[in-house]
Design a protein around this ligand. Structure first.
Ligand SMILES: Cc1cc2nc3c(=O)[nH]c(=O)nc-3n(C[C@H](O)[C@H](O)[C@H](O)COP(=O)(O)OP(=O)(O)OC[C@H]3O[C@@H](n4cnc5c(N)ncnc54)[C@H](O)[C@@H]3O)c2cc1C
Length: 294
């Protein structure tokens, strides 16, 4: 198998924030064997590696990434009765819409969550009334310390609000199988439309990663805390706190990762000062993390 590894590839084109410098090495991967080969390549060179899907929840440094970035391109999908197995690069919206065509529901709330199935399982993506873990049966992974794919269930994944065991490992999620609820397609369509309406009302449009910080608990939400701390509209360089939703930091066009992080740190400090609450970023920060307490 011949690996097509490129050098100095701009990561901004693969992230929804449109920020991030070049990856020292970069390659797409269409099979688990390619991922394995690429992982070996990085290990032999003693370099860090990272897999990305839709790039809708990552912030890469402006200086770039010093190792290998693997762009997941495994995107097959199979429906078997009520069960659906999706390769990890399958787009989440595509999964929801295809299931709807087959009268399989229970995940309408995920229709507008950008990114891949792999990214969704990694971060237990969801909206207040449905998380990917609600329908998750098992995943096939390439474990951090083994060259053989392995099937793992919910016990292994330890899903919780916006997190899973995968955040503590370097396991690579290859595919996931979900158990859906037989539901007439017309009902699913109505549900999706009402999510679209709600989102259009509440969420801004533009270059972003969605909510920057996790909600610290049921209430108050991160957005409420940030708004009450007077942060709406605040700017650093090309980064701005949305006027529509205070937990959304937007790239207004020319923001760098460093603009976004320094704005986020100001927000974090204000909320800490006013409410003594330390917000935790939801976005995966693949550079020096200003929020880690030393
Ligand atoms: C406009 C907008 C709205 C959003 N709304 C929501 C929302 O309502 N709910 C919500 O939960 N999220 C939301 N998000 C965040 C984002 O969509 C989710 O976190 C999504 O699941 C990330 O998937 P991805 O493929 O883009 O991951 P990426 O950004 O590519 O990667 C994120 C992390 O997952 C890891 N990862 C990705 N694929 C794999 C894999 N195959 N194996 C192992 N690790 C992997 C990466 O290494 C990285 O650490 C929103 C984002 C945007 C831009």
């Amino acid at each position: 198998m011949e690996l097509k590894v490129q050098q100095n590839v701009a990561l901004s084109q693969f992230t929804t924030y449109r920020t991030g410098g070049p990856a020292r090495f970069f390659s797409g991967a269409r099979s688990w064997q390619e991922i394995l080969g690429l992982r070996e390549f990085a290990k032999l060179k003693g370099l860090p590696y990272l897999i990305i899907g839709g790039g809708s929840n990552v912030l890469f440094a402006d200086e770039g990434y010093p190792g290998l970035v693997i762009l997941n391109q495994m995107d097959k999908l199979q429906i078997n009765g009520k069960n659906v197995t999706a390769n990890s690069a399958v787009n989440l919206s595509k999964l929801v819409l295809l299931c709807a065509k087959h009268n399989l529901g229970g995940i309408s709330g995920l229709a507008l969550v950008p990114g891949s199935v792999g990214g969704a399982v990694y971060g237990n993506a969801g909206v207040p009334d449905v998380y990917i873990s609600d329908v998750f049966m098992h995943a096939e992974i390439l474990p951090e310390k083994s060259n053989k794919p392995l099937i793992v269930g919910p016990d292994y994944c330890k899903f919780a609000y916006r997190t899973s065991h995968f955040k503590k490992t370097k396991d690579i999620i290859l595919s996931a199988t979900f158990k859906l609820k037989p539901t007439p397609g017309a009902i699913i369509k109505t549900e999706i439309n009402s999510y679209i309406k709600e989102r259009t009302l509440k969420q801004p449009v533009g270059l972003t990663c969605g909510s920057f910080f996790k909600n610290p608990g049921q209430f108050p939400s991160a957005g409420w805390l940030i708004e009450q701390s007077g942060c709406k509209g605040m700017k650093v360089g090309g980064a701005q706190i949305s006027e529509k939703h205070a937990n959304w930091i937007m790239n207004t066009g020319k923001a760098t990762t460093s603009d976004i992080l320094s704005l986020a740190k100001q927000v974090y400090d204000r909320v800490d000062e006013k409410y003594s609450i330390n917000l935790e970023p939801e976005v995966q920060i693949i550079t020096d993390n200003p929020f880690l307490k030393t």
